[in-house]
Design a protein around this ligand. Structure first.
Ligand code: COA
Length: 341
């Protein structure tokens, strides 16, 4: 049974008050990929919608990207870093096996002694992070939480595998969630989270963990992302619709109440198929994957910031976020956008 809950029925509520982002400077175009593997700009654009993506510099790791996004968020919301009491980093590509990224990011951003840990639900990780932060705020444990999605997927891409190297990329996004004791507004209105671990090999990195530790004999490809694209496509289109509907039903809302769908930016065709089945107008579906590719945990905050920058995200807008990916895992969050002026 998946977890579905309408939240915000108790006080305090968790309000979403800001989003900050960072993408590395280096842009990798489809034309450059044509020089690296047997592919074409035409194939990549028509099958995925992706035209370019950002790739971290050799000296940049995930905490560097995450810290840039958090600093952008702190600046935009005018937040003193020492006022943040919870920092969650959602990532699949941490700097190290341990320690986690979050304590390092906290220190880089001046959040002295902040409660900080990582969470890994791959492309759904950011949704799980928001759910955790919401739970901590609504139960009174935390007052001001930063949730970051950050990935350096370029380090686990097999650059000779045309099926995956055209899809994945690097980036980071962060949001602020704040306790609000007032009577007005709705903040985070609900979450739906679930998983199906019956076929982990549909999307995975087979070696390098405790089941198959990396050794001298490990083929490079086994330490990189491997994917059954067709299965993942089928799962993604189905779960995007189902998770959204379960959440809207629980919250007593319909798709007509949603102002913006910010779904994981995996593939334009997945978003097209799903939004058609959901009956949501095309102009309400945020799409920035043409410029950033699939950035896993970072994808949803990057898309949300893109909508803000293009004037599509009005204060008070009801936003439906949906993540899905390896695990398989999925997660949806329904939230009102209440930016700090
Ligand atoms: N360039 C050119 N040809 C490519 C290619 C590339 N980058 N990648 C695969 N192909 C080829 C295949 O080898 C295959 O050739 P064949 O017919 O000679 O065997 C052909 O294109 C069709 O492959 P197929 O896998 O059926 O393509 P598709 O239409 O399913 O598109 C994906 C492939 C990966 C774009 C699609 O399956 C997809 O988006 N899946 C979901 C992936 C995803 O989003 N993962 C992350 C989720 S978090």
């Amino acid at each position: 049974m998946s977890l579905v809950a309408a939240t915000g029925r108790t006080r305090p509520r968790a309000r979403l008050t800001g989003v900050g982002t960072y993408v590395p400077e280096r842009v990798l175009t489809n034309a450059e990929l044509e020089e690296m593997v047997d592919t074409s700009d035409e194939w990549i654009v028509s099958r995925t919608g992706i035209r370019q993506r950002h790739i971290a510099a050799p000296e940049q790791a995930t905490t560097d990207l995450a810290a840039e996004a958090v600093n952008d968020l702190l600046a935009r919301t005018g937040t003193n870093p020492t006022d943040v009491d919870l920092l969650i980093v959602a990532t699949t590509t941490p700097d190290y096996v341990f320690p986690p990224c979050a304590p390092i990011v906290g220190t880089k951003c001046g959040m002295d002694h902040v409660a900080a840990y990582d969470t890994n639900a791959v492309c759904s990780g950011f949704m799980y992070g928001i759910a955790q932060a919401t739970g901590m705020i609504e139960s009174g444990i935390a007052r001001r939480a930063v949730v970051v999605g950050a990935e350096t997927l370029s380090r686990i891409i097999d650059w000779t595998d045309r099926a995956t190297c055209v899809l994945f990329a690097d980036g980071a996004g962060a949001v602020m969630l704040e306790a609000d004791d007032g009577e007005q507004g709705s903040g985070v209105m609900g979450v739906e989270l679930g998983s199906d671990g019956s076929s982990p090999a549909d999307l995975w990195v087979p070696a390098g963990g405790t089941r198959t530790p990396r050794s001298e004999d490990t083929p490079l490809a086994d330490t990189c992302i491997q994917m059954n694209g067709r299965e993942v496509f089928r799962f993604a289109t189905r779960i995007l619709v189902e998770s959204s509907q379960r959440l809207l039903d629980e919250a007593g809302m319909t798709m007509d109440d949603v102002d913006l769908l910010v779904a994981h930016q995996a593939n334009e065709r997945i978003l097209d198929h799903a939004s058609e089945r959901m009956g949501i107008a095309r102009e309400k579906v945020v799409m920035n994957l043409d410029r950033v590719g699939n950035t896993s945990s970072a994808s949803i905050p990057l898309a949300m910031a893109d909508a803000r920058d293009r004037g599509l995200l009005d204060a008070g807008a009801v936003v439906l976020m949906v993540g899905f990916g390896a695990g398989l895992t999925w997660g949806s969050v329904l939230v009102r956008w209440e930016p700090r002026a």
